[in-house]
Design a protein around this ligand. Structure first.
Ligand code: ARG
Length: 491
């Protein structure tokens, strides 16, 4: 049974054949004998899908309003049902709703309770509706709302990264490739690279939302309905752009789940990459950042330890998010149209991914916002490992030397220094000429980190002016993301 929620009366010993369930089923007209308890235990999904209660009540209300307006439910009956649905919402909100054995899923549980509160009139609510179009609608609603919460949490992290970047504006660091010193870059430039990745995650979710804004209600089990329903009205009330154009697709499509899980898994991968760098940077070997005490953990045996657990969990949880995506894709593969019960397995990965990210994002944000940055150590490391060698080659290119030859000369310059334990700027005029006569003393003009940074003024480059532009643009981007996420779907 999922996630430790025990359903009263649902257990049975391994050997005993449990008695059949006594609960009346939605299909009791067709299937004579009651469902075996074993079947119930196996098929039941409520421990997981009870998270959809608010969305299920929303879709039921919208459906009810439509039934009343097209005349399929009378106004007094609609009022009784609506009162019942509102009472059920109160019970859930106060955690007082009682799940009973035999409540197969959230839809069945709510309908059972509605009968208890409103009496026989409750039987009119399911007119022109199937759990197949109902569950697909509920899940779209749930995800559209939670995607907005995730975007706000990502925006907080982007803001934290941008402000650390702004607070350390002029700080240089060693830019790395292959985790080896490559070229000096601004620390802010590096942090903003992570913000760009996160901004694409948000873009992806916003783009996802356009495709998710389709309402399956009105599709029924799969074929549509012979009743004079008004699916467009239901769609509009729930904030969707339009009703689904194909009822078979509407009840069997879970692309919106797979796409969401992909966008979330990639976000997880980005958090993992940020986490990995924080882990490295916080080691004494790097010593570029210090974790705030409140955002790290200690060891039960080694008193001196301060561990980057948040960063490690960011790295670790990305595996789980990827697993949720691949698990769902495996569930979908080979499913014949239209609805199959396999589709019930879409919920656990969705809820797990959402819940993990809702916990993880604020933790990563807190860790980043409170990070102590050792700007001096970063700056001191920036030119190490002959990181200015490319500047020498490009200086030669500007003097008419072909790049391949310039690369050779600069390479000899590095190995000359390496053999003598010197750094590039330390060579005398004679030594420079000994490496290559084209290395005139003016080359020293490019042998500083400041010069190297300033020179990289190409679009997106590490020059301070370019980085300041990026930062300003990203601040605007984050504002737009927050405005989008705060607006209700369909508004
Ligand atoms: N709990 C089911 C799900 O999540 C709801 C739809 C069930 N429909 C059915 N015909 N059995 O997919």
């Amino acid at each position: 049974m999922a996630r430790g929620i025990r359903i009263v009366g649902a257990g049975a010993g391994a050997d005993a054949t449990p008695p059949p369930s006594t609960a009346a089923k939605m299909w009791s007209g067709r299937l004579g004998s009651s469902t075996s308890r074993r079947v119930e235990e196996y098929t039941i999904g409520i421990a997981v899908d009870r998270r959809l209660y608010a969305e299920d009540l929303d879709t039921s209300l919208a459906h009810l309003h439509m039934l009343r307006s097209v005349g399929l439910v009378s106004a007094p009956d609609a009022r009784t049902i609506e009162t019942g649905l509102r009472e059920i919402r109160r019970e859930f909100d106060r955690n007082e709703f009682v799940i009973e054995p035999g409540d197969e899923d959230i839809h069945a549980a709510i309908e059972r309770r509605l009968f208890g509160i409103a009496g026989e009139v409750a039987g009119r609510l399911h007119t022109g509706r199937s759990r197949n179009d109902q569950v697909a609608t509920d899940l779209r609603l749930y995800l559209r709302e939670h995607v907005r919460r995730l975007v706000l949490a990502v925006a907080d992290l982007e803001t934290a990264l941008i402000s650390v970047a702004e607070q350390n504006r002029g700080v240089a660091m060693p830019g790395m490739t292959h985790l080896q010193h490559a070229q000096p870059v601004l620390f802010a430039h590096h942090l903003l690279a992570h913000v760009h990745a996160l901004a694409r995650d948000v873009d992806r979710m916003r783009d996802w939302d356009k495709r998710a804004a389709v309402s399956p209600l009105g599709s029924g089990a799969l074929a549509g309905s012979s009743l004079p329903l008004d699916p467009a009205a239901v769609a509009a009330e729930l904030g969707f752009d339009r009703p689904a154009a194909n009822s078979i697709d509407a009840v069997s499509d879970r692309d919106f789940v797979a796409e969401f899980l992909f966008a979330a898994a990639l976000l997880g991968v980005h958090l993992s990459r940020i986490g990995e760098e924080v882990i490295l940077w916080a080691t004494p070997e790097f010593g570029w950042v210090r974790l705030d005490d409140a955002w790290s953990t200690g060891s039960s045996i080694m008193p001196q330890k301060k561990n980057p657990d948040i960063a490690e969990l960011a790295r670790g949880k990305s595996g789980r998010l990827i697993g949720n995506l691949t698990g769902l894709l495996a569930t979908l593969k080979g499913l014949p149209l239209a609805y199959d019960r396999d589709l019930q397995e879409d919920k656990e990965p969705v809820f797990d991914t959402v819940e993990q990210l809702i916990m993880l994002l604020p933790a990563v944000t807190g860790m980043i916002a409170t990070l102590g940055i050792d700007g001096e150590r970063l700056a001191a490391a920036a030119p190490a490992g002959f990181a200015l060698a490319t500047d020498v080659a490009e200086w030669l290119v500007c003097r008419g030397v072909a790049f391949r030859e310039a690369h050779e000369i600069s390479g000899s310059f590095v190995s000359y220094c390496e053999q003598r334990g010197l750094d590039l700027p330390e060579l005398t005029d004679d030594q420079l000429a000994e490496v290559d006569p084209q290395l005139t003393p003016e080359v020293r003009g490019v042998l500083s980190v400041e010069a190297a940074l300033r020179a990289r003024s190409s679009v997106g480059g590490t020059a301070p002016a370019r980085v300041a532009e990026q930062s300003a643009q990203l601040i605007d981007t984050v504002h737009a993301q927050v405005a989008w996420a705060n607006a209700k779907p369909g508004s």
